[in-house]
Ligand binder design. Sequence first.
Ligand SMILES: [Zn+2]
Length: 615
Amino acid sequence: MTEFIPEEKIKEIRERASILEVIADFVSLKKSGKNYLGLCPFHSERTPSFTVNEEKGIFHCFGCGAGGNIFNFLMRVNNFGFPEAVKELAKRYGITLPRRELSAAEKARRTLKERLFEVNDLAATYYQGTLISLKEGEEGRRYLAQRGISKEITETYRLGFAPASWDSLALFLQHKGVPLNLAQSLGLILPRQEGKGLAEKGSFYDRFRRRVIFPIFNVGGKVCGFGGRIIDESELNGSQPSPKYINSPESPVYNKGQNLYGLNVAIGAVREKGKALVVEGYMDLLSLYREGIRNVVASLGTALTPAQVSLLGRYTREAVVIFDADEGGQKATQRSLELFLQEGIAAQIASLPSGFDPDSFIRREKRAGFEQVLAKALPLMDFLLEQALARYPASTVEGKVRAVRELIPALKRLPDPLERNLYVERIASRLGIKEAEIRSQLRRKEAGAKEEETISPREHGPAHEKLLLQLMLFNSQVIPQVEEVVGKDGFADFRYQKLAREIWHFWKRKKEVDPQDFLNQVEDEELKDLVAELLLTGESLMDPDRILRDCLRKVKLSRLKQEMHQVDDEIRQRIQKGKEDSSGASGLKELLKRKQRLLGEQKKWLDEATNRLPA
Ligand SMILES: [Zn+2]
């Protein structure tokens, strides 16, 4: 776990390995100009937009935005961590990797996040060991056996058991030399309160006690948090009732609603089937898995979050959401379904008979019964229409109005105009109203709701900001100058700003930026995608000095303009105030001076443009 691969080795692998050869195992590629094109393995498409550039050593999909270098490709397609991807390539190209432990200094340098993941991993190992082989795990073994959870499932999902004791995990971690403040920040243990007579037994106690433990993994297979379920239902309403499930609190490695439970295991099956099933709970997912249905993820909450839907969209363009009938009608769930439309995922909704969840249903009806339910799944828009009809009587005027209002946001999000038209027709006929009325509602909503439109993550920031980033990646000597001019106020585009900050940090450490090295060190998937895109599309930087000047000037001028607007506003307010009483005049002089200075600066930057003098 604490292995270390020297940078020279990574470089050697990179030089020896061919990104074309490696990707060709997964995608059939055709030459097209300088690049190779194929069907993207990360989203389903009919026209190839997945691009590989051998010379630059990168891939980028113009459809879904996925991108990176050869290591990133293997990480994504095989769900590897970086070391695994390096090892795989080393093996393939016959390069031997040295084995050695980290030095103390290297250990200290590891980021906090890595250490937190390690602590979580250690805890998962502890819980699993307890479940599998300790006497204290007996209750957990019995519970899971009763629910038909096999040893294979236990291992695949690293299920575990937290014993009934108050501090067995705290003691275990302490024994392993884990700083307890780290375990505390992960929410694994909690500080004891003073004066409860327990202080002498240690200052922390375990969060999870007498519960079956479900580690929650990120896509890369690292443990980011835990869920724990009681094994004795009577605890639900005893004298001191405990909740059925408790989960890890938010931590630097765990954000609620950012992960999909089981995605790390399901990726292969999701790709193979071309779709994912979405259920709610741990046990729903495990029961389906037991019956051989493997392309399943769990939301761990009734309503899917935007982050979850967008995460899913990286792996599939089709999803079937399995609903307990009792929850299907809730507003929050319904809103979350509309996210699929926004993400361009074709979603269907399968409803279970009232009183069942996927776990209890498949337990009784087995796989065959479950597949019948799947076969009856409704396309999302039809499902929403049925829900609206069930909720509002189409026989009354008010019912019709409310049903249409409820369906408008979803209709608006349908990306295909033909599909939207067909639904407009269907809704009109079901509700017994004119199509034109729905269409006018659609238009009105569009006009009034501009500000609630969210910017899609693949939309681009200003072109000059993009160029600046490309310059920073291709000619790292410009970095200090960009940092000086753009500075902390930064780029207008949030994603660009994030990337610029990463590049600055990287440059400060290494004094140069090799885009490939950089890609190996970036953790954020979104940033990797962006870097690959910038590298691939950054062909024509013919006159870098000139481009640098132009771009910096644009950034600067747009910022100056903004600042001047602000000053103008303030001046106007002061003058207004000055008319009412005399206090407003006091700051006015100051403001006018500032305005003068801004004008001077603006002139300077404008002059530079005409004279083309170096900045
Ligand atoms: Zn793609």
